[in-house]
Design a protein around this ligand. Structure first.
Ligand code: CP
Length: 314
């Protein structure tokens, strides 16, 4: 089979719409880049001559830097569009921005935007593959993939695992991409959080909802903590950070209720002392938070490589 048959998509806009074997294909492709990234020389020039534009309309550390590093390690010419200094600040529309970027003939565009659906809108206007680096509360597909890669490398599988995604589920594109990915690959997914931060219609997503943290993480193989996304809240969803930590924060005592070898994950950035206690986040025997960041580079290299193969005649 050619790679186009393994992954017949022009863009990566979300995990929704991907078949389980397509997800596994991207994870398998990422493994080679984990190995390369651990060598002193990290170059593979298969994207040489291609132009990658990173257009981040929302702040980012991990996703922006890892996409930049990924493109550079593959030999692409990587350009970051600085939104604060761009004509977006003069009122240029999203569609006109997309048409302008497209006129410069990029070979791949990576976009983060605060509005759900904005990345799909841009993808519709350009002639090259588009990767969604997070759109509003909709999806963050490469985060879902890097989380799955991290889990698979530790547990050897995804199917049959029990994963608790805890915290602000309502506003989290990370939760959404992970729920779709992990359930598609056969994991049992629980979501845990205050009633105000659990979205309606969770049954349709195939997850079990808990408002009690201890009950929600009892016996699970993976505890994935999420940040309170205050920037997406229009009012108070929790009484106070202190109360939130007392009821839904991951502490060492609480983690003892999960499986003895349960992984602790967090997509970052963390609010230490709110959704996760520092000693848990920094516990090298349980926390794989730094490894998630490492896997992010490998997964993004795989996605850039796979999506540009058509342009390279492979
Ligand atoms: N996990 C994640 O998307 O982090 P950044 O916002 O720093 O990119």
């Amino acid at each position: 089979m050619t790679s186009a048959e393994f992954f017949p998509h022009r863009h990566l806009l979300g995990i929704a719409g991907l078949q389980p074997h397509e997800i596994m294909f991207l994870l398998d492709e990422a493994e080679q880049w984990v190995a390369l990234n651990r060598q002193s020389s990290k170059h593979d020039d298969r994207l040489a001559g291609l132009t990658q534009i990173n257009a981040f309309f929302e702040n980012s550390t991990r996703t922006l830097l890892s996409f930049e590093i990924a493109g550079k390690r593959l030999g692409a010419d990587v350009v970051n569009m600085h939104i604060a200094q761009s004509s977006v600040k003069k009122g240029e529309t999203l569609i006109d921005t997309a048409i302008t970027l497209n006129a410069m003939r990029p070979d791949v565009i990576v976009i983060r935007h605060g509005s759900s659906g904005a990345v799909a809108l841009i993808a519709d206007k350009v002639d090259c593959p588009v990767l969604n680096a997070g759109d509003g509360t909709h999806e963050h597909p490469t985060q879902g993939l890097l989380d799955a890669l991290t889990i698979r490398r530790h547990k050897g599988r995804i199917a049959g695992l029990s994963v608790a995604i805890c915290g602000d589920i309502l506003h989290s594109r990370v939760a959404r991409s992970n729920i779709i990915l992990l359930t598609n690959l056969g994991a049992q997914v629980r979501v845990v959080g205050p009633p105000t931060l659990l979205p309606p219609a969770l049954d349709a997503l195939g997850v079990e909802a808990f408002t009690d943290m201890d009950a929600g993480i009892a016996g699970v193989d993976v505890v994935m903590m999420l940040r309170l996304q205050n920037e997406r809240m229009d009012g108070a969803y929790v009484p106070s950070a202190r109360e939130y930590h007392a009821l839904w924060g991951l502490t060492r005592e609480r983690l003892a209720g999960a499986a003895p070898d349960a992984l602790v994950m967090h997509p970052g950035p963390m609010n230490r002392g709110v959704e996760i206690a520092s000693d848990v986040a920094d516990d090298v025997n349980r926390s794989v938070i730094a490894e998630q960041v490492e896997m992010g580079v490998a997964v993004r290299m795989a996605c850039l490589d796979v999506l540009t193969r058509g342009r390279r005649g492979r």
